[in-house]
Design a protein around this ligand. Structure first.
Ligand code: ADP
Ligand code: MG
Length: 377
């Protein structure tokens, strides 16, 4: 692309991926989540280019780029371009201060692995443009416009967690976020002598985004049924197991399973918060296993590869707990492993996984890290 010659950036933005300790699929059900950013991230470089309306964007990871005309922003046939176009579109709806810019990005965040490279892409761009053109958006506004971009241009009806975690996280903490009020509290986590190990299954099922939207619809169907008898229920956040029992006869079995998972998962977030407060790592681990069971059997967003790795971890007494993290159908499992046993665990899991699926596992350690940051060049 022409702008890559003599590219002298004005601004660098670091936009991290995230893990979620617990609270899967609870965000769009207005419940609780417990995510944090990780060190893996997308790094953007920006400059204004003196054009009133022509922008260039280049992904070094994909070795490809494209132009955006601010006077004619439309969805693209190319999937990744829609994350960019969606954000530019949402910003253009809110301000007329955007002008031509050039931007390159590179990433060590595996895409489609449940670590939310999508939110990192959206929020990093929003953050950069906010600084570059002095748009005056608050962090929360950037979180929300990035989520809106994913809804409108990408077509995934995602909740608020991924964008929130990428932007707002604090080093050494997970964020207890109430997805209805958007109140949040950073909770220190200290797993010493245990480490957070991710095992990337390298499986990324492309039905993930359509299934995601299906799950959201099933939950809404559940709410509509519960609401007939309990009008105070506006989301699964408000529902209880007692209500579920009383409406069981009216609810399709599949909807019942989905709703039961979400109600239990919300409870697990609260239990997890209490376990963290008293450093009860055994309970932290148990909750992860319990959550994975629900993810796999009730919410049915796991896959044989993730199930295998979680099951495998159970045979190792040095692993306290494990579950698939992220939207589902592959991606990474999150494991809490004693520091003395990390090497042995990784080697044995990789061997077993290769034998079973013929795929090289990609293991790495993660630490709770800070959210989006920028520096002027
Ligand atoms: P996740 O958010 O779990 O990584 P998604 O399917 O939501 O998975 O988002 C992944 C998509 O984000 C990719 O398919 C691609 O379109 C886009 N993406 C992620 N990283 C990059 C990158 N470095 N360059 C360009 N596009 C990227
Ligand atoms: Mg995503």
């Amino acid at each position: 692309m022409h702008f890559l010659e003599n590219f002298e950036p004005e601004l660098t933005v670091e936009s991290p991926g995230r893990i979620n300790l617990i609270g899967e699929h609870t965000d769009y059900n207005m419940g609780y989540v417990l995510p944090t950013a990780i060190e893996k991230k997308i790094i953007f470089k920006f400059r204004r280019n003196n054009s009133p309306n022509i922008c260039g964007v280049y992904s070094e990871t994909y070795d490809t780029g494209f132009e955006v005309d601010l006077n004619n922003i439309a969805q693209s046939e190319v999937e990744w371009e829609n994350y960019i176009l969606g954000v530019v579109n949402e910003i253009s709806k809110r301000t007329d201060k955007l002008r031509g810019f050039d931007c390159t990005l590179q990433s060590d965040l595996p895409a489609g692995s449940g670590l939310s490279s999508s939110a990192a892409l959206e929020c990093g761009l929003a953050y950069g443009l906010n600084e570059l053109f002095d748009l005056g958006f608050t962090k929360m506004e950037m979180v929300k416009l990035s989520q809106a971009a994913e809804h409108t241009f990408v077509g995934t009806q995602c909740g608020i967690m991924d964008q929130f975690a990428s932007v707002m996280s604090e080093e050494g903490h997970v964020l207890l976020l109430d997805c209805r009020s958007l109140d949040y509290r950073p909770i220190p986590i200290n797993f010493h002598p245990y480490k957070l190990i991710l095992l990337n299954t390298k499986v990324s099922h492309n039905l993930a985004s359509s299934e995601y939207n299906t799950r959201k619809k099933e939950c809404e169907e559940g709410v509509a049924i519960i609401k007939q008898d309990f009008p105070e229920v506006n989301s699964l956040r408000d529902a209880t197991f007692e209500m579920m029992e009383s409406v069981k006869g009216q609810m399709p079995e599949i909807v019942y399973k989905r709703c039961s998972f979400i109600i239990a998962e919300n409870k697990r977030v609260k239990k997890m918060t209490r376990a963290l407060a008293v450093d009860n790592l055994e309970l932290v681990g148990e909750l992860l296993y319990e959550a994975h069971d629900g993810i796999s059997k009730l919410y049915e967003v796991s896959c044989p590869e993730s199930d295998f790795l979680v099951e495998f971890s159970k045979s190792n007494p040095k692993v306290l707990g494990a579950r698939q993290t992220g939207g589902g159908f592959g991606g990474c499992t999150l494991n809490i492993v004693h520091e003395n046993a990390v090497e042995e665990f990784i080697v044995s899991a990789a061997k077993a996984y290769l034998e079973k699926f013929g795929i090289e596992l990609e293991p790495f350690e993660v630490r709770p890290s800070k959210g989006t940051s920028f520096s002027k060049n």
